[in-house]
Design a protein around this ligand. Structure first.
Ligand SMILES: Cc1cc2nc3c(=O)[nH]c(=O)nc-3n(C[C@H](O)[C@H](O)[C@H](O)COP(=O)(O)OP(=O)(O)OC[C@H]3O[C@@H](n4cnc5c(N)ncnc54)[C@H](O)[C@@H]3O)c2cc1C
Length: 457
């Protein structure tokens, strides 16, 4: 055997990293395999817990309200499964809320001393501003993305500052869309301006990516050039708040935000953006650092080989790397391979398959999906409040988060699943993506740890 582990985590997005960090905290020898990039790194970096009830059109005021709705109406939703241990509907709802609160508070505490401290909690959704100038309700954001009192203070004035040659963000359009939205909702600010900065990171002033700008701003000297221009422009319109695309750096984003605030006298914040997303990559890196610092073994560029589940217990995982294959013995496995972007679930003309153990997949309505073609689960209209049912497909699990078979028994007693590989929730429609990944990663890890402690006792 090349490596020995108590727990192998397959998948290195939010769900896998949460599971891995928790397992190392519990003293487990943990090996985590990440074959490639994750949806987590592509995400805006804003953490949605639950923004809409499944099928709902009215945004929820708070995640707690959404969790209570799920408790009473959607017991097979991944959040609903958290309540399966209690009898009365009142305690079910409290149990679910408390389990989500525990996982979310733990994540906040874990990232507190890092370069990406989080802001927000499950008692209320908060409004983040996007590069389009729209307002997106979400649960938690990195401190650098918090717009402060911009939408509360009657005297606030916003400056939207873009970068010449960075095509993703048009500050003029964003300022206009944002201001129109706020005025039509009778909310501050009443005034917004815009400016285009001439940064030319690394000598380039066309087709610049957010990643290039972020790397450039990781250098303190470059930041002070930016600060001088921003200060001048903020003074020109009396801006109290400065909105930048999410490019404040990879390693020093929070320090850069505080330094810019000091130098300009305005509240500086990052807008939410599309992939490639610097805040999403920061989240990925921050969690990987926490895992490795906690003693976990991270194998990037290694994928778990397709294994057939012949017995009721997984004793070994093969990690296929660029130059070598490693056999890893293990006492439990957490499968957190994501959906179509991560590659945990694949859809072909033959049906919807799970990619490591060929586990049974189900559709959003829990019909066996191993022979349903993906086209059957998409709508003709690309964007509706219902989303595409395809996103609700994946693994069906028991309340311990163990994948189940067509005979309704667990596929293996020591195999747990977490994150978007799971069925029964539609994250783009509900706005629950990273939230479900955090909470199920936390719970699947806890169950795997209990299992390992049980067999080792
Ligand atoms: C463009 C975009 C924007 C989004 N924006 C938001 C947002 O603003 N807020 C929000 O809450 N959610 C958002 N989401 C949803 C959210 O990103 C996902 O729901 C969440 O990241 C899923 O996490 P995960 O850990 O389950 O899967 P992933 O993050 O996809 O991770 C899966 C991991 O498994 C690895 N893997 C797969 N197969 C194997 C194998 N055989 N061996 C080893 N490793 C393997 C992959 O390489 C990857 O590292 C967004 C998603 C996308 C695509």
């Amino acid at each position: 055997m090349d490596l020995e582990a108590d727990i192998v985590v397959i998948g290195g997005g939010m769900a896998g990293l949460v599971a891995g960090i928790r397992a190392t905290e519990e003293g487990m020898k943990t090996v985590l395999l990440r074959k490639g990039q994750s949806a987590t790194a592509y995400s805006s970096g804003a953490i949605d817990i639950i923004g809409y009830l499944p099928g709902g059109t009215v945004p929820l005021g708070s995640p707690v309200e959404g969790l209570q709705g799920i408790a009473s109406m959607f017991p097979f939703h991944p959040y609903g499964l958290l309540g399966f241990t209690d009898a009365t509907s009142d305690t079910v709802s409290k149990t679910i809320v408390e389990k989500v609160r525990t996982a979310v508070s733990w994540l906040k505490a874990t990232l507190l001393g890092s370069s990406i401290p989080l802001f927000g909690d499950i008692d209320s959704n908060l409004d983040a501003v996007t590069v389009l100038g729209t307002v997106k309700p979400t649960c938690m954001i990195q401190e650098t993305m918090w717009p402060g009192s911009l939408m509360l203070d009657a005297d606030s004035v916003a400056l939207f500052a873009g970068v010449r040659g960075f095509p993703v963000f048009n500050p003029r359009m964003a300022a206009q869309v944002f201001l129109e939205h706020q005025i039509s909702n009778r909310l501050p600010p009443r005034k917004a301006g815009h400016h285009v900065l001439d940064l030319a990171p690394f000598g380039n002033n066309y087709n610049i990516s957010s990643i290039e700008i972020a790397r450039y701003l990781d250098n303190e000297d470059n930041l002070s050039v930016l600060a001088k221009t921003l200060k001048k422009q903020a003074e020109r319109i009396g801006a109290t708040h400065i909105a930048l695309p999410p490019v404040l750096g990879f390693n020093r984003a929070r320090e850069n935000q505080l330094a810019l605030q000091d130098l300009t006298g305005a509240h500086v914040f990052e807008l939410l953006s599309f992939p490639p997303s610097v805040p999403g990559l920061r989240l990925q890196r921050g969690l990987e650092t926490a895992f490795v610092n906690g003693g976990g073994t991270l194998l990037v560029g290694h994928h778990a080989k397709m294994e057939s589940l012949e017995s009721n217990i997984v004793k070994e995982v093969t990690a296929v790397g660029p130059r070598r294959n490693l056999k890893i013995s293990t006492k439990a496995v957490v499968l957190a391979t994501g959906k179509f972007i991560g590659g945990g679930i694949t859809g072909t003309e033959n049906g919807i398959r799970e990619s490591v153990f060929d586990l049974m997949t189900v559709s959003e309505s829990f019909r066996i999906a191993t022979s349903i073609t993906p086209q059957k689960l998409t709508n003709t209209i690309a964007l509706t409040h219902m989303g595409h049912p395809l996103f609700g497909s994946g693994l069906s699990v028991d309340p311990q988060f163990r994948p189940i078979t067509a005979e309704e028994v667990h596929a293996a007693e020591n195999l747990y699943a977490a994150g978007s590989v799971l069925a029964g929730y539609n994250y783009p429609a509900e706005k629950s993506g990273l939230g479900v990944a955090i909470v199920t990663g936390y719970m699947a890890s806890r169950n795997a740890v209990d299992y390992v402690k049980g067999v080792s006792a």
